[in-house]
Design a protein around this ligand. Structure first.
Ligand code: ZN
Length: 361
């Protein structure tokens, strides 16, 4: 009588499992290579029980970490996962997510993330989820909780801290910010529309993975702002000082930056914001990546809005302040189908800030 399941017949399956496990650890697992720090878990949402479908899509589109992946292999893997994510979400052009989300509201009502995040899609998944993704942070970076509310002034949020909504990272000196060899892998948390979560996760994990394979491409993600109306960190820190670059003018291309020592009443002066009613942030369908408010410097990078030409010299800006997004980040956001600052139409002047979103039409 022939053996039903001879041990050797399982060998190919075992090899395949081993290879897959090595190539792409499942969410929540960690893998270790002899010469590398521990790989943080893939992107995940904190509300996996309430939003099982979104959690499953995130697992399905997690990026691959195979040994010695070339830059081109990583690009192909990213593009394949983007295509898969869009198919699983059921979206073509990303602006479709804006229309679908607005359809949840009565016409004429002021759009608010505080309202929308509690609503549910027809399948039962909540609109608002908290995305946790791996990020690189400088050696002595300090984690700060962020708070959100529907307030006309960010100061109200900084003082009353209505509800926690994620975290950002704070670093005091430019030397630490630019010391890529001493970065450590960490995570950041940000609220986002559940239908946008897999796409946002792909871009942020792609940014992290580039730095995993190539330390010179490490980009510290210290503040990622997505779904929110008004946000701030707590003002309870009291006075704080931090370094920032300052330039000779507000609009030119000169890279002659000097390091300014800035003082602020509290950390909330640096980490706060409020989005306009028409903003895709209020729908959880936009991201500001490394957006700060270092007042008191000229075209102080990395502030949210710049009218300078130097901002388009992206790789050079990244070299003098690693928080600046290099060009390859915008290229990847474009591959995702996002609207990027260069694609906005302006007449007669430049305006730039590190914002990507699903567009409006
Ligand atoms: Zn923005």
């Amino acid at each position: 009588m022939p053996l039903k399941n001879p041990a050797w017949s399982l060998l190919p399956a075992l090899l395949l499992c081993g290879w897959l496990a090595g190539a792409a650890p499942a969410a929540g697992e960690v893998s270790r290579r002899p010469d590398s720090p521990t790989l943080p878990a893939h992107p995940r949402i904190l509300e996996a029980v309430q939003a099982p479908r979104t959690a499953r899509i995130l697992r399905q589109v997690a990026l691959t970490y195979a040994p010695q992946m070339s830059e081109r292999d990583r690009e192909i893997d990213f593009l394949q996962k983007v295509t898969l994510a869009k198919r699983l979400i059921g979206v073509g052009r990303l602006v479709g997510l804006r229309h679908e989300t607005l359809n949840l509201l009565a016409p004429g009502q002021e759009v608010s993330w505080e309202d929308l995040r509690r609503r549910r899609w027809s399948g039962g998944e909540p609109v608002g989820v908290t995305l946790e993704v791996p990020v690189w942070v400088p050696a002595r970076a300090q984690r700060l909780k962020t708070y959100s509310g529907f307030e006309p002034k960010w100061q109200t949020v900084a003082l009353a801290t209505p509800r926690p909504s994620g975290c950002v990272w704070f670093v005091r000196t430019l030397a630490e910010i630019n010391d890529k060899t001493r970065y450590r892998p960490e995570t950041i948390q940000v609220e986002v529309n559940s239908k946008f979560a897999p796409l946002a996760a792909l871009l942020l994990e792609y940014i992290f993975r580039e730095g995993w394979y190539d330390p010179s491409k490490r980009l510290p993600l210290l503040a990622v702002r997505a779904g929110e109306d008004t946000y701030a960190v707590s003002a309870a820190s009291g006075p704080v000082s931090a370094e920032c670059l300052s330039f000779p003018d507000n609009d030119g291309a000169s890279m002659a930056a000097s390091v300014a020592q800035c003082s602020y009443a509290s950390l909330a002066d640096i980490y706060h914001g409020r989005h306009a009613p028409a903003s895709n942030h209020r729908l959880g369908l936009a991201m500001d990546i490394n957006d700060f408010n270092y007042a008191g410097v000229v075209d102080g990078i990395p502030n949210p809005v710049s009218r300078s030409l130097r901002q388009y010299n992206r790789d050079a800006m990244h070299k003098i302040d690693a928080r600046q997004l290099p060009m390859w980040v915008y290229r990847a956001a474009g591959w995702l189908g996002c609207r990027i600052p260069q694609s906005w139409a302006y007449t007669g002047y430049n305006v730039d800030w590190p914002h990507v979103d699903v567009g409006t039409k």
